[in-house]
Design a protein around this ligand. Structure first.
Ligand code: ATP
Ligand code: MG
Length: 192
């Protein structure tokens, strides 16, 4: 009888055998905090391994200069934000969409350049959720990417097709949030 880990890991993974290498499609979704920071954590981990990493941020404006942007600049990890800070009450939805399409074009060129080991597409789920790009086109491009390239996608409302295509999906669950319970607004070092 095979040994099973209490968390169910042992049920699906052969314990022995050659180590398989595969570029993973990773999705961090859900309403809880930690999706973008987990993606940056992995980017940092890969960067520390000497891997070639780039982050393309959707939604966030090119002026974004949060702690993670500053840290990335210091170590030479490329982070490219291109958006208009879209919220559900965006004033110019056409512009929001145009920027998302332009950013996808840039991210695609990076994805197929052969010069990356890890590509982070931050807040990319919204592009699919709001239908700014057809899911079929995006999924076809992701499937065609270089086989060892890891792609990390973050954002709420990951659509079912993306979850189905992904190798690793984590859903952050909101249990408590200081804004919701105590009205405490975003603080540097924690949220930006
Ligand atoms: P982080 O960037 O800290 O990893 P995230 O990527 O999971 O967070 P997003 O969904 O991108 O979070 O949301 C951006 C910001 O909104 C986060 O800083 C988060 O703390 C904040 N936020 C999340 N849930 C709530 C809430 N219920 N009320 C107010 N702010 C929230
Ligand atoms: Mg985020």
């Amino acid at each position: 009888m095979s040994e099973r880990a209490p968390d169910g890991f042992g049920e699906h993974q052969p314990v022995k055998g050659p180590r398989k290498k595969k570029g993973l499609l990773i999705v961090n979704t859900g309403n809880g905090k930690g999706k973008t920071t987990a993606a940056f954590g992995m980017a940092l981990r890969a960067w520390g391994r000497g891997m070639r990493v780039a982050v393309y941020q959707f939604i966030k404006p090119p002026t974004a200069n949060f702690g993670e942007h500053r840290a990335a600049k210091r170590i030479g990890l490329p982070v490219h934000p291109l958006g208009d800070g879209f919220t559900w009450k965006s004033k110019d939805p056409e512009r929001t969409r145009a920027l998302a399409i332009e950013q996808w074009g840039r991210a695609c060129r990076a994805m197929f350049s052969g010069e990356l080991d890890v590509l982070v597409l931050d807040e990319f789920t919204y592009v699919l959720h709001y239908g700014w790009l057809p899911a079929s086109e995006v999924l076809a491009a992701l499937a065609d990417r270089p086989p060892l390239l890891h792609v990390v996608i973050t954002g709420r409302y990951a659509p079912a097709e993306l979850v189905a295509a992904a190798d690793l999906v984590t859903e952050m669950t909101l249990v408590k949030h200081p804004y919701r319970e105590q009205g405490i607004k975003a603080q540097p070092g924690v949220e930006f």
